[in-house]
Design a protein around this ligand. Structure first.
Ligand code: MN
Length: 201
């Protein structure tokens, strides 16, 4: 069973002016698509052919000889999760249960935003910043390259922000801080975080 490139949950121009159509043409149409194509080549005719994406990620993470498979499978998953972590007209302070938990576990939305941007800014080179649920509490983590909380037992990803340069270079050039500020102020999809939280309980 081959994997397909998932549709974006909005048009390629849906995040303008914060993320351009050009960026999504490359990021979704080229980068994400290449991970899907590579994944399909790597599983073709193997034991992984009929496995779920999560099963492939976890199996490959446990086998150092399958780094290429891990990288492509995890990047397929991470990118699909990232597209849903944003929405047109998103951003700003959360509502619903996630808002209550952010106040409980970080003290305030502003404290959360500072720590989330510090995680993204502190990821040297390529990677991801995450808001996760761990042991019943919210936590902020960062992962390098393709690494993903999917492989961590007891951790539920709630939101992610791609901090690979390909996510922001066309729109923000070298300014990862400006991209991260725009992600939180204009793009983040708190409905998705609330849905993930509800699914986890
Ligand atoms: Mn990316």
């Amino acid at each position: 069973m081959a994997f397909d490139l998932p549709e974006l949950p909005y048009g390629r121009d849906g995040l303008v002016p914060h993320i351009s159509e050009d960026t999504l043409n490359f990021h979704h149409g080229k980068h994400h698509n290449a991970y899907v194509t590579n994944l399909n080549k790597l599983i073709d005719g193997t034991d992984h052919e009929n496995a779920s994406l999560e099963e492939i990620i976890n199996a490959a993470a446990a086998d150092p000889s399958k780094a290429g498979l891990f990288n492509n499978a995890a990047q397929v998953w991470n990118h699909t999760f990232y597209w849903h972590s944003m929405k047109p007209g998103g951003g700003g302070k959360p509502t619903g249960k996630i808002a209550d938990l952010i106040d409980r576990d970080f003290g305030s939305y502003d404290a959360f935003a500072t720590q989330f941007k510090a995680a993204g800014g502190g990821q040297f080179g390529s990677g991801w910043a995450w808001l996760v649920l761990k042991d019943g509490k919210l936590a902020i983590t960062k992962t390098p390259n393709a690494e993903t909380p999917v492989t961590e037992a007891g951790v539920t990803p709630l939101l992610t922000m791609d901090v690979w340069e390909h996510a922001y270079y066309l729109d923000y050039q070298n300014s990862r801080p400006n991209y991260m500020a725009s992600f939180l102020d204009n793009l983040v999809n708190w409905d998705f975080a609330n849905q993930n939280l509800a699914d986890a309980s």
